[in-house]
Write a protein that binds this ligand. Structure first.
Ligand code: ADP
Ligand code: MG
Length: 373
């Protein structure tokens, strides 16, 4: 985050605490990181100034923005007061979105985060005055101290749920934990929605989704994120699917889910009053399409160009192997062995056998000659 006019820190926005959405589910592999990254980019496309905080020690959200290896200063240092957010938050390719990366120290020192009693509002306090509108936190799949720190400050929790046979139990446990945090540490913690992710048209998944919708009612967002190969393809290219394919089924679903989440939180009408009005869906999509046009083209330009087709290249390699090495290419020459050392046992046996066979033929010819005389 440069300390220039365009940064949140130097912006003229009043120093209100940002709205903070923690993306959390105790289960791993339910698309928390994918959701956090796509939500952060979509919110930016809707016109908000957004900070994505990577609190997962795996650092997948950080890597998703092309930051590798993990930097030495990031979320852990800011939470523990060892670094200032303005110094360690990183600019991203999306104007209006900053990243507070995960660091190796977060992995090694989770236990050093503040004891639970004093976590209330800690992250919020650290982020106050940055001028961002919304903070999106990617939480680890556990109740690590990092998760408790996020929940203790969050305005609301967004829970991605992959409707597999164990999803219901995982969601109930996560819900229980949220209720516990609300009763003990953060009385204002709201629900930004339960988001069904990686949905497929199979009967089991549909059944689990039905049960979750029946039990959790309108806390479950109407929009579901379908399982699509494009999501993995986007991750491979280092782009959120909302940018790689904003009009495709997964990309568009994330943009619509973001809009639905904003509406749900606005209805709760607690922390959202001071936020600017979101841009329209069409404006957000237009912005994503523009990012796609510039970033995707840029990415393709940076991919290494294969100078020759594979077939030609492998043939050339074979040709090179068949050629005798030149003195310069081969380095020091290998001393030649004397001819007798080059003769193998097999060759000796073959020679002997040929010799014996020759003698036998000669003897046979002589015998036949005597017979005919
Ligand atoms: N809608 C989707 N369709 C297909 N694959 C997805 C989708 N969402 C997430 N994934 C893939 O599922 C895997 C787990 O997602 P991730 O966001 O890392 O989960 P978590 O953070 O909960 O562990 C990743 O490989 C990701 O690319
Ligand atoms: Mg993750």
């Amino acid at each position: 985050m440069d300390e220039t006019e365009s940064t949140p820190a130097a912006a003229s926005a009043p120093p209100l605490p940002p709205v903070m959405v923690a993306v959390f589910n105790q289960k791993g592999g339910v698309a928390k990181t994918t959701t956090a990254c796509n939500l952060a980019v979509s919110l930016t496309a809707f016109g908000y100034r957004v900070l994505l905080v990577d609190l997962d020690t795996q650092g997948n959200a950080t890597a998703s923005f092309g930051v590798a290896p993990l930097p030495t200063e990031g979320a852990f240092e800011v939470i523990t007061g060892r670094a200032d957010i303005a110094d360690v938050a990183l600019d991203t390719a999306y104007e209006g979105l900053w990243l507070l990366p995960a660091t190796q120290s977060l992995r090694d020192n989770d236990h050093l985060l503040t004891p639970s009693g004093r976590r209330r509002g800690l992250l919020e306090a650290r982020l106050a005055g940055t001028g961002v509108d919304i903070v999106v936190v990617d939480c680890p799949p556990s109740l690590a101290a990092a998760t408790s720190t996020a929940l203790a400050s969050a305005t609301a929790v967004l829970m991605p749920v992959h409707p597999d046979p164990f999803a219901h139990d995982g969601l109930v446990n996560t819900w229980y934990e949220i209720c516990r945090v609300r009763e003990t540490v953060n009385y204002q913690l709201g629900v930004a929605g339960i988001l069904l992710t990686m949905t497929e048209p199979d009967p089991t998944g549909a059944d689990v989704a039905r049960v979750i919708r029946a039990e959790f009612g309108d806390q479950v967002l109407d929009v579901e994120i379908p399982a699509k190969v494009k999501v993995a393809e986007a991750a491979h290219l280092g782009l959120p699917v909302t940018v790689l394919d904003p009009d495709g089924p997964a990309g568009l679903s994330y943009v619509e889910a973001t809009r639905e989440m904003l509406a749900l939180l606005a209805r709760q009408n607690r922390h959202w009053a001071h936020l600017p009005q979101a841009a329209s869906l069409e404006t957000a999509l237009e912005r994503l399409r523009e990012w796609r046009a510039t970033l995707h083209a840029d990415l393709l330009n940076r991919l290494p160009v294969d100078p020759e087709p594979t077939e030609t290249r492998s043939r050339a390699t074979a040709d090179r192997r068949a050629m005798p090495p030149t003195a310069s290419a081969a380095g020091p020459t290998v001393p030649q062995r004397p001819w007798w050392r080059a003769v193998t046992l097999n060759q000796v046996i073959l020679l002997t056998a040929t010799f014996v066979a020759g003698m036998a033929v000669e003897a046979l010819v002589e015998f036949l000659g005597q017979m005919t005389r």
